[in-house]
Design a protein around this ligand. Structure first.
Ligand code: SME
Length: 191
């Protein structure tokens, strides 16, 4: 083996090890490549778990259980659902959370009012952020729509600053697409 060949192999192995070690339990050092793989694997798992389950509440319960156990660096993952003009707490994993949020209030209410994903690197800088758990530092909220109407949001919190990047957003938007396609929303939450 000549020197340059050996050095190329060293580079390949070093990269592989480095990439593996980038996944730690805090989620802070996930490499882009591994993060995409993680979302692909997790979303496949969600798709397969939801197969044959058309009940929205049941599907949301298992979706947030998978999100919470598979994604590193979270302290809350769950759903708020539109009910009589406001958001109410739905299935979730994590500590006790506030039960009602007005449209336009907090990160969740802002996601409903604007219809746009809210990716907040530092919740303390977000005007009107509702702190259910003082440990939360960053948050991502994805609106869920049925035929153009927002029926709720997926809300995920992290005790790490700037936990959610574009890759997380794309992966979680795909999670929401899988959920919304899997269930039958025509009969309400628990038909
Ligand atoms: N932080 C959210 C409230 C819900 S908890 O994070 C579970 C907000 O500002 O809307």
């Amino acid at each position: 083996m000549n020197t340059s060949y050996r050095s190329r192999w060293f580079d390949v192995c070093w990269c592989a090890c480095y990439t593996l070690h980038e996944i730690d339990e805090t989620g802070a050092y996930l490499s882009m490549e591994n993060k995409q793989e993680l979302y692909l694997r997790m979303n496949r798992q969600i798709q397969s778990v939801l197969e044959g389950c058309e009940l929205p509440l049941t599907a949301m319960a298992n979706t947030c259980a998978i999100l919470y156990s598979e994604l590193p660096g979270l302290n809350w993952a769950g759903f708020y659902l539109m009910h009589r003009g406001e958001l109410v707490l739905g299935p979730f994993q994590g500590k006790v959370a506030c039960m009602k949020i007005a449209v336009g209030k907090g990160v969740c209410g802002t996601a409903v009012a604007t219809g746009a994903v809210q990716r907040v690197a530092d919740v303390h800088q977000f005007p009107g952020h509702i702190a259910c758990d003082s440990a939360s530092q960053s948050e991502i909220v994805i609106p869920l729509s049925v035929r153009g109407e927002i029926i709720g949001v997926l809300d995920i919190d992290s005790p790490l600053l700037n936990r959610f990047d574009e890759t997380d957003q794309q992966g979680l938007e795909e999670t929401c697409r899988i959920l919304m396609n899997a269930v039958d929303w025509t009969g309400g939450l628990l038909p």
